[in-house]
Design a protein around this ligand. Sequence first.
Ligand SMILES: Cc1cc2nc3c(=O)[nH]c(=O)nc-3n(C[C@H](O)[C@H](O)[C@H](O)COP(=O)(O)O)c2cc1C
Length: 195
Amino acid sequence: MNVFIVYAHPSEDSFTRHVKESFIRGLEDAGHSYLISDLYQMNFKTDMSEAEYLRESNYRDDLPVPMDVKLEQVKINGCDAIVFVYPVFWTEAPAKLVGWFDRVWTYGFAYGNNRTMKQLAKGLVLCVAGNTLEKLIEMGHYESMKTVMLGDRLSDRVTSKEMIVLERMSKEYAEEREGNWDKHLETAYQAAYSL
Ligand SMILES: Cc1cc2nc3c(=O)[nH]c(=O)nc-3n(C[C@H](O)[C@H](O)[C@H](O)COP(=O)(O)O)c2cc1C
């Protein structure tokens, strides 16, 4: 399987970075090929220009999309699975990734009557949270995260989709972070291996 990883974390000094690396090891061991967009490292522009906004809001798929957006779309259409790896920030993905969706999910590509985005076999969201999953469920945050990422953004663009929350990794709870570390990296590895 050809896998496209969209990775968004502002620091190398993070658990999410290890998740990405473990996931890649799993892909390699399973014989999958992959490519990655490391959005912070690429300095991917995530604020929409006025021209982009006008193209979207007026449903003008005859107008061009910027080259950096086009490149991401080419990567998507060259893969069978798309995987998002990021830390949960305010119940969402980091703004860097939210902006990636704003710009890359364009009219005529990701939505509209004649969309050109390939139907992908798999979509996986692998996110790291500070809270426990139990707490995220209790507060309704888990449902929101799934609704936005799986229900809206992935939607019917992928055939099979899943969200995995690697819980309780806040530095505020150092002992639990340490205790969950290896288990979560194994989960990331297995998720890649069994794609
Ligand atoms: C700006 C910011 C917002 C955050 N918001 C949430 C949140 O809404 N829910 C949550 O469970 N954790 C939240 N966290 C905790 C992060 O998910 C935490 O940094 C991460 O799980 C730890 O992994 P890391 O070492 O890769 O950063 C937030 C962290 C930051 C910096």
